[in-house]
Design a protein around this ligand. Structure first.
Ligand code: S3P
Length: 182
């Protein structure tokens, strides 16, 4: 299984979906699985129960999703690397690719975002993203087998970069149709 980690807005879900389609593999998005489980939006859950409760659900979902043998590509939430248990699980069970985007590029992409709880509440989203990036960049690197610098390429460009890494790592399709493990 290939998993994608990185900051909010780095393109994990979009790129993951395209890569999965190109490789003929099943795709899963942990944020989507979390919303199915909690029965409301992540933003609402944050407001009602707070971030630690959300991280508990996230950890349970990551544990289950990384064990789904039919899944070939997985996108994760930006904060998944905050817990060591998640980083360890991802590294052990999947090939982790970090889509590394600079915070100012992210701020441009997320200008009109209303879904991400950590970027709401007014204030300076660009500053918040720089802060999050500083805290998390070392954690994404720690979790990742590969770092893909995204700067400002198109989705198409990013998909090709990921596919190239998949090929270099010898992770193409195996005879049973699943992507190989690291
Ligand atoms: C979060 C990122 C979100 C989602 C939640 C928390 C974070 O996912 O999991 O809002 O801590 O950065 P995206 O990276 O898809 O925005």
């Amino acid at each position: 299984m290939i998993s994608l980690v990185g900051m909010p807005g780095s393109g994990k879900s979009t790129v993951g979906r395209h890569v999965a389609r190109q490789l003929g593999l099943d795709f899963v998005d942990t944020d989507h699985l979390i919303e199915q489980r909690i029965g409301c939006s992540i933003r609402e859950y944050f407001e009602l129960h707070g971030e630690p409760a959300f991280r508990d659900v996230e950890q349970a979902v990551v544990s289950e999703a990384t064990a789904m043998t039919h899944v070939g590509v997985m996108a994760t939430g930006g904060g998944v690397v905050l817990r060591e248990a998640n980083r360890d699980l991802l590294r052990e069970r999947t090939t982790v690719m970090y889509l590394r985007t600079m915070p100012d590029d992210l701020a441009r992409r997320l200008r009109n975002d209303t879904h991400r709880p950590l970027l709401q509440g007014g204030g300076d989203a660009a500053r918040r993203l720089r802060q999050l990036f500083q805290e998390r960049d070392p954690l994404y690197r720690r979790a990742a087998h590969f770092v893909i610098e995204t700067q400002r390429p198109s989705v198409h460009g990013l998909v090709n970069m990921v596919l190239m890494q998949v090929e270099l790592a010898g992770l193409g399709r195996t005879s049973d149709g699943a992507a190989a493990r690291p």
